[in-house]
Design a protein around this ligand. Sequence first.
Ligand code: S0N
Length: 277
Amino acid sequence: MSIQWQTAKTYQDILYCKADGIAKITINRPDKRNAFRPKTVFELYDAFTDAREDQAIGVVLFTGAGPHTDGKYAFCSGGDQSVRGEAGYIDDIGVPRLNVLDLQRLIRSMPKVVIALVAGYAIGGGHVLHLICDLTIAADNAIFGQTGPKVGSFDGGFGASYMARVVGQKKAREIWFLCRQYNSQQALDMGLVNCVVPVDQLETEGITWALEILEKSPIAIRCLKSAFNADCDGQAGLQELAGNATLLYYMTEEGAEGKQAFLEKRKPDFRQYPWLP
Ligand code: S0N
């Protein structure tokens, strides 16, 4: 299945297009195996924010450009080590950044479904990016792993705690402590990905899943996503879940009565609404 992608905005490090209720965001730094520098992350944040704000978009496909000139693929190889400074990754004006953490929170909290399409390497901070997506579809050539303790970094946030929720404590510690690489079948077996398809069918499969999701109720999906998040995200998770309860309450006549009465300078008449069992 193919759809007619329309470029939504032009960037330097990423590609961003939309079609039929789906947004596709692609990291496009093939010379670096799609590693992210601060600019890449700022651009990703901008595109994800646009997808979040666009009421026609329900699903985001998040992927990496490939194949590269040597025939290999990558989803993302993590932070760009060539711009890593003493306190983070150095941006265009010399400021050290760890801005991928902002992106992780946006992907996790946005009320749209984010599907990672992983071909080739998902390594280091690139592995964490696929991990925090709602769903992951892996190509049969996908390779997953963390490198932090090998290259002098670590992600002790979602990268550790959420990984343990996904694959279990023992496996998460193995992934981080040994820094091994895992193929797509191993990733499927440990619950790290949802399914594995031939690499030339990766986007088609993503579109199929997206169109199936788009037939469902947006508010039901929105509330489910925040409910899944609330289980791990403490008060921030509860805030997200409760925000949806408030949104739904605003949509009721009962909620509107409070506002209307205030505007009409009268006492609200809540007696007309039942105290449901
Ligand atoms: C991906 C690997 C396994 C691919 O190996 P392969 O196919 O043999 O290719 P290479 O020849 O190694 O690479 C091809 C070219 O791409 C460059 N390149 C690859 N990865 C990177 C990278 N991450 N940064 C910069 N350049 C990269 C190569 O240098 C090569 O270019 P040339 O030919 O010009 O030399 C293999 O490439 C690999 O292992 N890559 C490194 C993986 C890695 O260690 N990534 C970093 C891990 N750390 C993080 O991601 C930091 C996490 C993080 O960002 C974070 C976490 C928590 C809180 C905050 C942060 C934050 O920093 O924001």
